[in-house]
Design a protein around this ligand. Structure first.
Ligand code: PRX
Length: 664
């Protein structure tokens, strides 16, 4: 990995600054920059004392911790390790007997617009009953359970029920393939799978259980003893007697009370697979205590959550954003939250705005990709422009998943937020568990396109390859200098890879995020420019280039060699571009189109539709140095459609560039 060039400095011309309104400052939990600085100073003064105070104030412990941070086996840090708690009790039971007990926890809007509301008390009963069902099927503390569910109340119930009995869940996004499921089931050693017969998105029924069956049939999944199937639709799906149970069968006769199982603070709450720079996805392991502390606290800090707020995070529970800001954070904070089953463009691209109006949403948290696609839709059809709906309930807007370009930021701020709602651009990752850098609604002056400053207690910096800090205005690698409670604990089954990926020797023990960033000269604000490793960000979804390359060459009857790079895309942030050498003469015309389609379908089967390359280009060879190394930087230029100005004298086969410059 190399530090990005300082060329990004020149892009950093953003003079617009939006200070928080007086009303926001006055009402905010962290009020004004003085409030922010005071918390930072507290962490500077007494790092462990700061975190211990927050952990005591924000979580309910069945056994209090006596040690805050254990660094004896760094980078395998432990937080609050001798304390015990239960994550589900901290999301549900803690609210019983308080004003939150009969408050709406979840407003669920189905794909077809049907709405169901669930109170905290009802949710506790549903989680407890399903937890009892899991126990009755032999699922125990420490077991792993794979969840492959649509967006809905039951997905949250499934996750919370696992947490309640101390089982570690691993949620797989419903857009991943049978093969991806198979690999995750095997790696996690899952004893049970929780799924649904179908998911409903954009008016279509898409199978889930059939994909689970296909994944299991690929072999190696003997660990799975039970499959629980929520019947989302009336359509039947194949069931294996003995192994498979419908949701209703599983719940039958089970009590709606289930005492939460206390676990150690370091007990793995979940494993979530994410792409890295090698072929195999990494099982990011999170703790219970530290993770939950940050999920709860960032709800309070980043969104300045109030009891009357109606919070809506549009992320799927299959991604970390859905874990922290759908399943755990909002419930731990006692919020009312919206969960949406469908897609932003069905029945039309006004769906989000219509739902904000309908449910009087106050805090709305979504991804730049969604915003960009809704801008495009509103530009071409005035009927779906947000101005057609009453969005006056909104107080705060959030953004997550990828850099938000200042144009999209301004549109979001103006047309959705009515120039009244701060845009909270949150930078973080699967590995960080929760927000790391973002403005605070009642404190931080906003600059479009910048995630501004780290949260109190978090120490981010920009360094060169030797760990030396860069001056403001100079680009470099983003690192986190000190451990924090919600950090990744290890990579499941691969502690060595954990150390190598995130704590390389040259970086003095700093956590390496894998992103490039630059700080502004005037304010020292951070702007994250994107990945500096072989990871792409397509519509906010993280994809490894090597993962896609491995999938392509796995089609061994056809593909001899493949190289995958990203290129900028107005809508999806980055687009996947694959350069492929076939085991037959380079195809042209219709044949090229047909083989490209075949390869896209193949990648969808190997990984999932989200990994399908947008461009596929065929060559007789790939551009290589005389020592046989593929020159990816040239491929990146070709993918962007740039003419090659770089030095190609070390290239074995310069003629290949012209061939690869042609798109199919
Ligand atoms: O490159 C950064 C980008 O998304 C990566 C993390 O992806 P993932 O683990 O899937 O988590 C996504 C949701 C937290 C980061 O390494 N990223 C995420 N948020 C931002 C961002 N890039 C710029 N600005 C952001 N706000």
């Amino acid at each position: 990995m190399s530090a990005p060039s300082t060329a990004i400095e020149s892009n950093l011309v953003e003079n617009r600054v939006f200070p928080p309104s007086e009303a926001l400052v006055k009402a905010a939990r962290i009020s004004g920059m003085a409030g922010y600085e005071a918390l930072r100073a507290e962490a500077d003064r007494d790092f462990e004392g700061f975190w211990a105070r927050l952990a005591r104030e924000n979580l309910q412990w069945t056994k209090p911790f006596t040690r805050t941070l254990d660094e004896s086996n760094a980078p395998f840090y432990q937080w609050f390790a001798d304390g015990e708690l239960n994550a589900s009790a901290n999301c549900l039971d803690r609210h019983m007997g308080t004003a939150v007990e009969n408050k709406t926890a979840i407003i669920f809007e189905a794909d077809d617009g049907a709405v169901t509301k669930v109170t905290y008390k009802e949710l506790l009963a549903r989680v407890s009953q399903f937890a009892n069902a899991l126990k009755a099927h032999g699922v125990e503390k420490g077991d792993r359970v794979l969840i492959y569910m649509p967006m809905g109340v039951e997905g949250v119930v499934a996750m919370q029920a696992c947490a309640r009995i101390g089982a570690t869940h691993s949620v797989v996004f419903g857009g991943f393939s049978a093969k991806a499921l198979n690999e995750r089931i095997i790696d996690a050693g899952a004893v049970a799978v929780i799924t649904a017969n179908y998911q409903v998105r954009g008016g279509k029924e898409l199978p889930l259980k059939a994909i689970v069956d296909e994944g299991l049939a690929m072999g190696g999944c003997e660990c799975v003893r039970s499959i629980f199937v929520y019947q989302r639709t009336a359509t039947a799906c194949a069931m294996v007697p003995g192994r498979d149970k419908t949701w209703d069968e599983a719940l039958a006769g089970q009590s709606t009370e289930c005492p939460p199982t206390p676990v150690g603070a370091e007990h793995p709450l979940f494993i979530l697979y994410t792409s890295g720079s090698t072929g195999k996805p990494k099982g990011v392991q999170h703790s219970t205590g530290g993770y939950l502390l940050w999920a709860k606290l960032t709800m309070d800090w980043s969104f300045d959550l109030k009891p009357e707020d109606v919070f809506w995070c549009t992320a799927d529970i299959g991604w970390v954003t859905g874990h922290s800001y759908v399943t755990y954070g909002p419930l731990a904070a006692g919020a009312t939250e919206i969960i949406f089953e469908g897609i932003p463009t069905y029945p039309n691209a006004g769906r989000f705005w219509q739902m904000i109006e309908r449910h009087k949403c106050t805090v709305f948290y979504t991804a730049p990709t969604a915003i960009r696609s809704l801008i495009k839709a509103a530009d071409s059809d005035a009927a779906v422009h947000p101005k057609n709906w009453d969005l006056s309930s909104l107080r705060i807007l959030g953004s997550v998943g990828e850099p938000i370009n200042p144009e999209a930021w301004m549109w979001y701020y103006r047309h959705v937020g009515g120039e009244r709602c701060p845009v909270i651009d949150t930078w973080w990752q699967t590995e960080t568990g929760g927000h790391i850098m973002n403005p605070l609604p009642g404190a931080t002056p906003l600059v479009p396109g910048s995630c501004t400053l780290p949260l109190p207690g978090i120490y981010t910096a920009i360094v060169d390859e030797t760990g030396q800090e860069m001056p403001n205005g100079s680009g470099g690698m983003l690192v986190i200098k000190r451990p924090w409670p919600s950090m990744i604990r290890t990579i499941w089954n691969d502690p060595e890879r954990f150390k190598k990926s995130y704590f390389p020797d040259e970086l003095k023990g700093y956590y390496l995020a894998g992103d490039g960033a630059v700080r502004s000269v005037d304010r020292g604000y951070f702007r994250v420019t994107g990945r500096i490793d072989d990871v792409l960000n397509v519509s906010g979804h993280r994809m490894g280039t090597m993962e896609i390359e491995s999938a392509l060459v796995a089609k061994s009857d056809l593909v001899a060699e493949a190289a995958v790079v990203g290129r900028p895309d107005d809508l999806t942030g980055e687009a996947i571009c694959a350069f492929v050498v076939l085991k037959r003469p380079r195809p042209v015309g219709d044949e090229a189109k047909q083989i490209a389609k075949e390869l896209r379908d193949w990648v969808a089967k190997e990984i999932g539709p989200i990994a399908k390359p947008k461009d596929i280009r065929f060559g007789d060879n790939l551009p290589k140095t005389r020592s046989g190394k593929i020159m990816r930087r040239l491929l990146r230029s070709l993918a962007k459609g740039e003419s090659i100005t770089q030095d190609t004298s070390t290239l074995e086969n310069p003629a290949i560039l012209d061939q690869l410059a042609q798109n199919n």
